[in-house]
Design a protein around this ligand. Structure first.
Ligand code: PMP
Length: 459
């Protein structure tokens, strides 16, 4: 069927979407009886869909992305001007926005040194895995080639990054995977795996146990999210990160922090790892780097790592033999520069901390009222409430009921998120990650919507 498309005719647009777009993470059977939602416009924290309905977006574009909010004219203008000047050149050469943004970014990341541009979080992480393999081949005689990842963490959709998926359902149907990726236990104390007092230390020691089992000379890197996102908004227990860092140093294991969600302010500091005093070897970032105004991701490395790719220039194999075609687009770094300026000039890190505290206070108050909230976790504007069928046994709430809470909020015009389709039996955490511009009124409206939804679904 061909549609005579008139972009002003939103009925046709919705029909075109229904006929021809294959949506991400979606079971399309539902669109035999309902229309897909098509968003048309955004301003600040608000969105409008093709039916004209208005929403308050408590998840920054669905997946923790639009950190500075919608409709930023200054970003659009900066991108427009740059595109007219120079839209692209392949990354073997430099561009003005690429150089300037790299410098500005490194100023925010003491100890880090080099920025490698690509387009998505998956790609940025995959670059690290390749770098680790190349370091193993050239500097460790082929040893230290394994990469450890953590249960419940997530690092992307490619086969390489899915090989490091701690969320079983995402990876289940796409194997076999490449060798050398080994899982370590998660650190969520609410779902404790050890009955000990110093849980953070114990959960980190579990990583050392895996290293010893695998053989320290086979392990090259450890990839972790500073605060786990889709795996259930897992904030690390006291003492965890300090011990993780010690373990990495002890066994000469490169520490790769996946900041795809936390990066650029989500937790109230520029990066999540800066909340915990971590000194990483690699940092990857994507979503909030340009708040979704352009596609950009960065793989950031220390000078020590970078130097390892300069060891024997004459043999033609020692440099990093990788390219990302669209890593040479200038729209990404120019949007990222303006995004960073906005965060700084509008004091959005401070606002994030302040409003994050308000979300946590409101969620804790809701926990007093609603038995189904078993645990509340968060850092900055990155918060979650885990729903349980039974507070004593901590039996996870049925996923369908969790989705009913999300749907009820939606019908009230508030978009919230939930961990879903990722971890068998544990898709039970409501997720809140509003833009860093959120006001106290926005926060209260979001948590009021959850309050109403919980009363209706479980009342
Ligand atoms: N790492 C983390 C922690 C993520 O949450 C995501 C995306 N949700 C990715 C990596 C992958 O990013 P992308 O979808 O841009 O490839």
């Amino acid at each position: 069927m061909t549609l005579d498309l008139n972009l002003n005719d939103l009925t046709h647009v919705v029909a075109a979407d229904r006929e021809h777009v294959w949506h991400h993470l979606s079971q399309h059977k539902q669109y035999e009886t309902t229309d897909p939602r098509v968003f048309v416009e955004g301003k600040g924290m608000k969105l409008w869909d093709a039916t004209g309905k208005e929403f308050l977006d408590a998840v920054s574009g669905g997946v923790w992305t639009v950190n500075v909010g919608y409709g930023r004219e200054s970003i659009a203008n900066a991108v427009r001007d740059q595109l007219l000047k120079l839209n692209y050149y392949a990354g073997a050469a430099g561009t003005v926005p690429g150089a300037v943004f790299a410098q500005r970014l490194i100023e925010k990341m003491p100890g880090m040194s080099r920025v490698y541009y690509s387009n998505s979080g998956s790609e940025a992480n995959e670059k690290v895995y390749k770098m680790v393999r190349q370091i193993a081949a050239r500097h460790h005689g082929g040893r230290k080639w394994k990469i450890l990842y953590r249960d419940r963490d997530y690092h992307g959709t490619t086969l390489g990054t899915l090989a490091t998926s701690g969320q079983g359902q995402r990876a289940a149907q796409y194997g076999p995977y490449p060798d050398g990726f080994v899982m370590v236990p998660h650190c969520l104390e609410y779902r404790a795996q050890w009955d000990v007092e110093n849980y953070g230390q114990r959960a980190a020691d579990a990583i050392e146990e895996v290293i010893l089992r695998e053989g320290p000379d086979t392990v090259g890197a450890l990839v972790l999210e500073p605060v786990t996102a889709g795996g259930g908004v897992i904030t690390p227990p006291e003492g965890y990160w300090q011990r993780v860092q010690e373990i990495c140093r002890k066994y000469d294991i490169l520490l790769h922090i996946d900041e795809v969600v936390c990066g650029l302010g989500r937790t109230g500091t520029w990066f999540g790892y800066q909340q915990y005093g971590i000194e990483p070897d690699f940092v990857t970032m994507a979503k909030g780097v340009a708040s979704g105004y352009a596609a950009i991701s960065c793989t950031v490395a220390t000078e020590r790592v970078f130097e390892m790719f300069k060891d024997a220039p004459e043999d033609g194999m020692s440099y990093f033999r990788d390219i990302s075609t669209f890593g040479g687009c200038t729209a990404g770094p120019v949007a990222a520069l303006e995004n960073m300026r906005i965060i700084e000039e509008e004091g959005l890190l401070e606002n994030c901390t302040l409003m994050g505290d308000r979300v946590m206070a409101n969620l804790n108050a809701l926990m007093e009222k609603h038995e189904v909230i078993g645990d509340v976790r968060g850092k900055g504007l990155f918060c979650g409430a885990e729903l349980v069928a039974d507070r004593k046994t901590r039996e996870p709430m049925d996923e369908k009921k969790v989705q009913a809470v999300v749907a009820d909020c939606l019908s009230q015009g508030v978009i919230i998120g939930a961990t879903n389709r990722s971890i068998e039996g544990l898709n039970n955490t409501l997720c809140l990650s509003p833009a860093l511009i959120a006001t106290a009124d926005d926060i209260d409206r979001i948590t009021d919507a959850i309050d109403g939804a919980l009363s209706r679904v479980f009342g």
